[in-house]
Write a protein that binds this ligand. Structure first.
Ligand code: 5RP
Length: 233
């Protein structure tokens, strides 16, 4: 196992401690969250965790829940009255627990579920922690396809570089689970995450911004390459 895998596994296993019997659990997206989900599956299968329901934040997570044989636990936001706990990964975290998310283009459903949860726990390996964000990832922004060139121009006026995201396995821009496009924005100057989240959100055509406020994050569990963890929050 690589040192990054050791770190992610340590964070994912620690997050399991926040799951209680009867919880409605929001399940994030990405490779770190998939480790959490597989561990949760193991505990459900051997009877150590009972009566949980799982609300996915993306089609990736939904498919994994089904593949693990847990479709009977799958619920959508309109089928639950609340979410007790959301566990999700992140692309970058700063010392105030602000996040960049959306590397997997799932930021909108992630923000809906994660912000709604009573407890929002983020799991990352130590390479994702920075003094200032964005550090090495752009800020993903989900936009309705009709508006992408206008939003791109508006963001360029704010200052910085904006790219329409292309992926693999399909020609043309990637299309999100909600039928939208992703713009990746690298601001020209340092940002104040809360202010920039609000500023971008007000541009017509923007559906959601991959900046998540540290005020919404309950805990950040940082896994280290030696298998230990540090918890912020
Ligand atoms: C998807 C996300 C993911 O949580 C983020 O990209 C982290 O993924 P990974 O654990 O694979 O590094 O925001 O939209």
């Amino acid at each position: 196992m690589s040192s990054v895998d050791v770190a992610r596994k340590a964070a994912a296993k620690e997050a399991i401690r926040y799951v209680k019997d009867g919880f409605v659990v929001g399940v994030g997206t990405g490779s770190t969250t998939m480790i959490f989900l597989r561990e949760l599956h193991r505990l459900i299968s051997n009877g150590h965790v009972r009566d949980v329901l799982l609300v996915p934040t993306s089609t990736e997570t939904e498919v994994e829940i089904i593949n693990l044989g847990l479709a009977h636990l799958l619920r959508y936001p309109w089928q639950v009255s609340h979410i007790d706990l959301a566990v999700d990964g992140a692309d970058e975290v700063d010392r105030s627990k602000n996040l960049i998310k959306g590397g997997g283009a799932a930021l909108t459903r992630e923000k809906i579920v994660d912000y709604w949860a009573r407890l929002f726990v983020v799991i990352v390996d130590e390479s994702k922690v920075f003094d200032k964000i964005p550090a090495s990832h752009p800020i993903p922004i989900e936009v309705i396809p009709f508006a992408w060139p206008i939003v791109k121009a508006r963001l360029e006026e704010f200052g910085g570089i904006v790219n329409l995201r292309f992926g693999s396995g399909k020609r043309g821009p990637i299309v999100t689970d909600n039928g939208n496009y992703i713009l990746d924005y690298v601001p020209k100057t340092e940002i104040v995450p809360d202010e920039t989240e609000g500023l971008i959100k007000r541009v017509p055509g923007v559906v959601e911004v991959g900046l998540f406020s540290g005020k919404k994050v309950s805990k950040v569990i940082i896994g280290r390459s030696n298998g230990s963890i540090i918890t912020m929050g």
